[in-house]
Ligand binder design. Structure first.
Ligand code: ADP
Ligand code: MG
Length: 687
């Protein structure tokens, strides 16, 4: 049970003034559903604005405050899809477009009546030959107190939200913070000079306060280490079963290829683990296409040879189906029974699967989280394979999978190459097998770097490429912190490329209506559309073998790992693929290095190490929002600096007080609940 002291923090967002059904959706999109989520929604940065008398005074890219009078409203031709623009004039007669996407246009209609002067705060940008401000941060009738505040936090937003709205809700939620007992080891706490928890949250929203941010990051790391150690300790307490395969099933496999050395090595590492009574806890890492599926299959066959069952957990319904089809086909010659169970299975179908699991006629089950529901019982589950995509998924699911009498062996798989030093943070003390060798015959992707200024030439080259009948991606720049600005850039590029290539072009970004997005994706996947323009959100699972060219604009703004993953969308067919990185003029040293590394290597592990090296230099983690990142609060730099401390701190606490019953243990429980690592605590009750 969650400690009562945390209740105010877990109260629903609807308990805040001003949050009704209309706001709750965009808030949810940001993960803001409870008071504590608001308190931990830390500023992306702080903005310093300059008040300017007229637009001539402002520089492109600058944050300004300026008085403008709307002259005209221009809705897009397809309402609800394109941008909504309000043209507005300063006192000198310069025109600027105030640009809105999606539902924000309703706000614009109300806030910006034609002919009435308004004070606008936002980032001055250029759209074609016009100045524009995309989604102004503030629109006020007077140069009021609000605008006089020239320094303020900038929060990540989603459609339908504004900076003042979010800032207001955060301020409200900070009033609800209880005083919590200290969970940090007293020596560590004294030495650090960090503020106490509550003060740290207040300070972090007020200004760039490193000590406050470090403390909050440390809390998150400590919670994570503690939970992972608790899972591990629990695993040690429970017995598994030694699984010895006799090769009878594996011998019947008729693979159309020879396994790579890395695959063979991984399988024998797994086989060795399975023969032990202690439950296996192993992570299989390998880039997309490295051949993880067949390693999973061989492992599951060992479990079946030993007379038990195996289950494979996929993160989504689509992936579960894909795995099911692949495994069923590959396993056909062995005669093992493979079944699929997802949330969609209902009635008779579901019944018969449940029966088959219980009587042992199903050997291998593939599915979504539905396979671990309480109503699903196995005759004898020997091995669980987790095709993992979510942060913390592994440990949490280990806790789930651990409900049976005997602990099954666990193999987790990930396509994200993680530097060795970070696997501890993400996966705890797991053993690791690496597929660091791609199957033979894969074509290298030719990677080139050109100046962004040559994008005209790129358009011509794109024309020649499309004329061959092959497809292509065009990835638009990433402007940190601002989804709307990303979308503005993608819309502009889309409009331009559409002029050249007409109906062959489709656009995909995060704020399109899901149906429109699906239709566009579908048109590209089926080959009806030849060119896909996208913001960084190219959907997971996009696999279009005849897409053989990718252009990435302002590539220096992307993280190394992200560039690698984006590039992985091409090079999936038999044709030679190319990836063109367009770089801006102002290239930092690290930006330059990043591009060189991606250009020269296609080895995900190597790039991950280099990524870490470069970020160690103080760069912010660019992919923090992508869901791939391990932590919400801690950035990579903080992980490197603070994780060893937090891990040692956690270890000490568990060694001294494994039941978390001392006063500090009690505080640590609160911490675990606060960071929702309570599956760690829940294991304690069983023990
Ligand atoms: P991953 O899951 O690691 O992304 P897959 O298991 O889906 O990769 O494998 C990608 C493709 O490579 C599949 O078509 C698979 O059949 C093929 N493949 C796997 N191992 C080999 C190998 N040793 N030689 C040739 N092709 C292989
Ligand atoms: Mg796979």
């Amino acid at each position: 049970m969650r400690p009562d002291i945390l209740n105010p923090l877990f109260a629903e967002s609807s308990t805040l003034d001003g949050v009704g059904p209309k706001l709750s959706k965009p808030l949810e999109k940001l993960g803001l559903t409870r008071i504590k989520d608001f308190a931990y929604h830390l500023p992306e940065r702080f903005v310093t604005r300059r008040a300017i008398a007229d637009l001539d005074e402002g520089a492109e890219g600058e944050q300004v405050i300026v008085a403008l009078t709307p002259t005209e409203h221009r809705a897009s031709r397809n309402p609800g899809r394109g941008p909504y623009r309000v043209l507005a004039q300063d006192d000198a007669g310069n025109i600027c477009a105030l640009t809105y996407f999606g539902r924000a246009s309703y706000t614009a209609k109300k806030q910006l009546p034609v002919g009435e002067k308004r004070w606008i705060a936002g980032r001055l940008d250029r759209y074609g030959d016009m100045l524009q401000i995309v989604h102004p941060d503030h629109v006020e009738k007077e140069s009021s107190a609000h605008l006089a505040r020239l320094n303020e936090p900038v929060y990540r937003l989603s459609e339908g939200l504004t900076q003042p709205r979010v800032a207001g809700l955060i301020a409200q939620s900070l009033e609800h913070l209880p005083e919590l007992p200290e969970w940090i080891e007293p020596g560590q706490f004294d030495q650090s000079g960090w503020p106490i928890w509550r003060d740290a949250l207040h300070l972090a929203h007020k200004s760039e306060h490193d000590q406050a941010r470090d403390r909050l990051a440390y809390d998150e790391l400590l919670a994570n280490s503690l939970a992972l150690l608790l899972v591990k300790a629990e695993g040690r307490r429970r017995k598994g079963q030694a699984l010895k395969g006799d090769r009878s099933l594996r011998a019947k496999l008729t693979l159309p290829f020879e396994m790579t050395g890395a695959q063979k090595r991984s399988i024998s590492e797994i086989e060795g683990d399975l023969q032990q009574e202690a439950p296996m806890l192993r992570l299989l890492q390998g880039d997309v296409g490295a051949g993880k599926t067949v390693v999973a299959l061989a492992s599951m066959l060992i479990a079946v040879e030993a007379g038990t069952q195996a289950a494979m957990l996929a993160p989504t319904e689509i992936l579960a189906r894909q795995h099911f089809e692949t495994l069923r086909q590959m396993a056909a010659p062995t005669g093992v029974e493979v079944a699929l169970l997802t949330g969609r299975a209902k009635g008779k179908e579901r019944e018969s699967i449940l029966m088959g699991l219980l009587d042992g006629s199903i050997d291998i089950l593939v599915g979504t989280h539905a396979i671990f529901q309480d109503t699903v019982s196995y005759k004898d589950l020997g091995l669980v394979v987790i095709d993992e995509q979510h942060r913390f998924g592994v440990a949490q699911r280990l806790a789930l999978a651990g409900k049976g009498k005997r602990a099954p062996h666990t193999l987790a798989m990930t396509a994200t190459p993680i530097p060795r030093s970070l696997t501890l943070a993400q996966y705890g003390e797991m053993d690791v097998s690496r597929l660091d060798e791609l199957p033979p015959g894969r074509q290298a992707i030719e990677t080139l770097v050109f100046p962004q200024g040559r994008s005209d030439e790129m358009v011509a080259a794109m024309g020649r490429h499309l004329a061959t009948g092959q497809q292509a991606y065009w990835v638009c720049p990433m402007v940190r912190d601002s989804e709307v600005a990303d979308i503005a850039a993608a819309e502009a590029r889309y409009a331009e490329l559409k002029e050249h290539f007409g109906e062959d072009v489709v656009l995909v970004h995060g704020q399109l209506h899901p149906e429109v997005k699906d239709t566009n994706m579908e048109r590209f996947a089926s080959g009806a559309a030849k060119l896909l323009i996208a913001t960084t959100v190219i959907e997971v699972g996009v696999d279009v073998p005849s897409a053989t060219l990718m252009v990435i604009e302002q590539a220096e703004r992307f993280g190394l790992a992200q560039l690698h993953q984006l590039r992985g969308r091409v090079g999936r067919g038999s044709e030679k693929s190319r990836c063109i990185l367009l770089r801006g003029d102002e290239l930092s040293e690290t930006g330059k290095k990043r591009l060189t590394y991606v250009k020269d290597s296609q080895d995900g592990f190597y790039l991950a190490e280099k990524d870490l090296e470069l970020r160690g230099g103080g760069e912010l983690l660019g992919t923090r929002q992508s869901g791939e990142a391990a932590f919400r609060i801690a950035n990579l730099e903080q992980v490197q600096k603070l994780l060893p401390l937090a891990h040692a701190d956690a270890r000490l606490l568990i060694d001294r007080d494994g039941g978390l019953t001392s006063p500090r243990g009690e505080a640590a429980r609160i911490l675990l609940y606060l960071f929702e690592r309570d599956w760690g605590v829940q294991l304690l009750r069983g023990g």
